[in-house]
Design a protein around this ligand. Structure first.
Ligand code: PAF
Length: 293
């Protein structure tokens, strides 16, 4: 028999119990930071928890693999579930409480409400994964309303996700500050993702073309490139000619509206998405036509 696991950090599953614990902290004037995750935590998630720990008195992390944001042929079933390891990492990064709701808690019988952010959800990831963002925005609304934090933390790797969540909080007057933390990369440039665990050695090597395409965009903009159509064509070429990769998109858009642009402007973002085998990979890089460093 394996030893029973003792969590190094307090955990809770039920929503009333979560609310009671957060409420008790509030009564002591503690500020609340919240980091929503789907588990399989890596250094990127830990940087979010660490940021919350720096900013706030009490840090809540949620771990919930949300079924509604996965498409029918996506990886919901095989998504890595390693809760014991995650609890240790949450503790190390400074979490005070980990919320582990079950699917029944989040989606009880007859659950029928969803939150849709139009426009921003229909482009880029939303084109290939049509119901993905509705699943994300619906669950994030519920996570925020249950934990009622002062600040919620999201990773910049999911650039479109954080833009949509910002829009949603503004539109619905959800009184939570959204903080976006920088992408954490491996030393070779690969953006950390829980899905990197699916990659074979050869696929992982090929996956580096995503960050290389972004680097190309960054360098060329820095050098004064003005033809974004030409530049995105080169990014696409770099990814689509890499063995084992299937390009979805490589584009440069307005950083706020996510609309495609053809000439440089102060706030823009280069975004790429590709499949390495069955594994979907995304990455991005903020660009500024004014960049001088
Ligand atoms: O970014 C994620 O891990 C998920 O989309 C989130 C925000 C936890 C919602 O399930």
């Amino acid at each position: 028999m394996p030893d029973p696991f003792t969590s190094p950090v307090e955990t809770v599953a039920e929503i009333p119990a979560l609310r009671k614990l957060v409420e008790a902290e509030r009564k002591q004037n503690a500020s609340i930071g919240f980091v929503p995750t789907m588990g399989a935590l890596h250094a990127g998630h830990m940087s979010l928890i660490e940021a919350a720990h720096r900013d706030c008195d009490f840090v809540v992390v949620s771990i919930f693999v949300n079924p509604t944001q996965f498409g029918p042929n996506e990886d919901f079933e095989k998504y890595p579930r390693v809760v014991e390891q995650d609890l240790v990492k949450c503790h190390e990064a400074g979490a005070d409480l980990v919320w582990l709701p079950t699917t029944e808690i989040m989606y009880p019988k007859n659950f029928s409400t969803c939150v849709t952010v139009k426009m921003l959800s229909q482009v880029l990831e939303g084109k290939t994964r049509p119901d993905h963002f509705e699943g994300v925005t619906s669950v994030v609304t519920k996570l925020l309303l249950c934990s009622l934090p002062d600040i919620a933390y999201f990773g910049a790797k999911d650039y479109q996700q954080q833009a949509i969540i910002r829009r949603m909080c503004l539109d619905l007057n959800i009184p939570v500050e959204i903080k976006t933390c920088p992408i954490v990369r491996d030393t070779d440039g690969l953006a950390l993702s829980s899905r990197n665990a699916y990659l074979s050695e050869a696929e992982r090597e090929s996956a580096l073309s995503l960050s290389r395409a972004l680097k190309l965009a960054e360098e060329r903009i820095h050098a004064g490139e003005t033809d974004l159509n030409q530049l995105t064509a080169e990014m696409q070429q770099l990814i689509s000619t890499t063995p084992l990769l299937k390009l979805d998109y490589a584009t440069i858009v307005d950083a706020g509206t996510l609309e495609e642009i053809s000439a440089p402007q102060p706030d823009m973002v280069a975004l790429v998405a590709a499949y390495a085998g069955a594994t979907r990979l995304i990455d991005n890089c903020l660009l500024s036509a004014d960049a001088t460093d």
